[in-house]
Write a protein that binds this ligand. Sequence first.
Ligand code: NIG
Ligand code: FE
Length: 416
Amino acid sequence: MLLLTNIAQLATLRGSESSRRGSELNDIGLITDAAVLSTGGRIVVAGKQREILRHPWLKKHKRKIKEIDCSNKTVLPGFVDSHTHLIFATPRLIDFENRIAGATYQEIAEAGGGIRSSVAGVRSTSEAKLADGALKALNHMLACGTTTVEAKSGYGLSFEAEMKSLRAIRRAAKQWPGAVVPTLLGAHVVPAEYKTNRDEYVRLVCEKMMPEAAKKKLAQFVDVFCETGAFSVEECQDVFCAAGKYGLKPRAHIGQFTACALDSLLKFSPASLDHLDHVFERDLPRLAQSQTVATLVPGANYFLGHARYPDARGLIDAGVAVALATDFNPGTSPTPNMQFILSLACTQMKLTPAEAISAATINGAHALLLGDRKGSIEPGKDADMAVFDVKDYREIAYWFGENLCKMTIANGNLNS
Ligand code: NIG
Ligand code: FE
């Protein structure tokens, strides 16, 4: 039983039944001089300290309570990082230097770098080694305040290497106190050996990878990279169609470099559409009416040196549910730290700190269809919290390049 006391500011994000949109994003359910009681990995009550201290549970279980003094600290729900490529073997330092020398991401990809250059490493690395790398990244994420992580395969691009990647995710997740949500991204790009036979690769993803991932419960979601040089809208539709057959839920990378019409994918009710740097204005009302979350990953814009960021304000003003994620990956966003993503959201996309926090917690949870368990500090929900060494929640997005998180509680487990 855990009791967090003397919390300077507690952002509860209460009222979390649906994703936050428009002005709701600014409502983070802030309580000053607060306390939170949790037991068995669940929140019992959160509120003003003077009220919590009168809670009947406290008297009854006095000796079993571990108290954590959070004086001068801010407590948030643990971040929900709803888009990461957790499984890869090595950083992509050659791409990095080529970009510094002036090449673009697409030029590097066309010349054989990019996603395809991560494939040999994953294919030749053991499941145990991939899991070690994943666990190391998960632990960095936890230390930075993240307690729920979506984790994609997508650098194996063969039946064996994609299944190995998903097994590595499962292996790492077992050793980590937070929650990991696995996603099959077999349709990341067409691997070199299928270059002249891309239909057969799409079939491999749909007819072999998906049924196996579903049968072995290795994935909950299926992702696809919809982009020039990756997969066409028609191929994405095939992938989404097959996902439905196997009970896997769809999500997609879309609009990272070029805009494409969203309606043909929205009809599959994807849990999220991610990146959305380029969106047709006419698609906004339809996206806003849907339950699909728009997940923005400004770490990729930062790392690729783009001056342009997704139009987060336009999306929010149109009524779209916006989430923020790291997009942790070796090619476009090698950061495990959601605090930095909050900073980018505020400075580059003009979100308020409160909007950024909603997008990084409760809306991330909804992007993973976990809004009933994650993303807010409310009775009955999982005890996932992050304690920051600042008195005002706005400071979490204000200071940058530093880890302000001093402690995380993931499913009731304390990590400091
Ligand atoms: O989200 N866009 C596709 N996938 C990743 C990049 C992967 C890579 O370059 O390794 C992304 O940015
Ligand atoms: Fe991504």
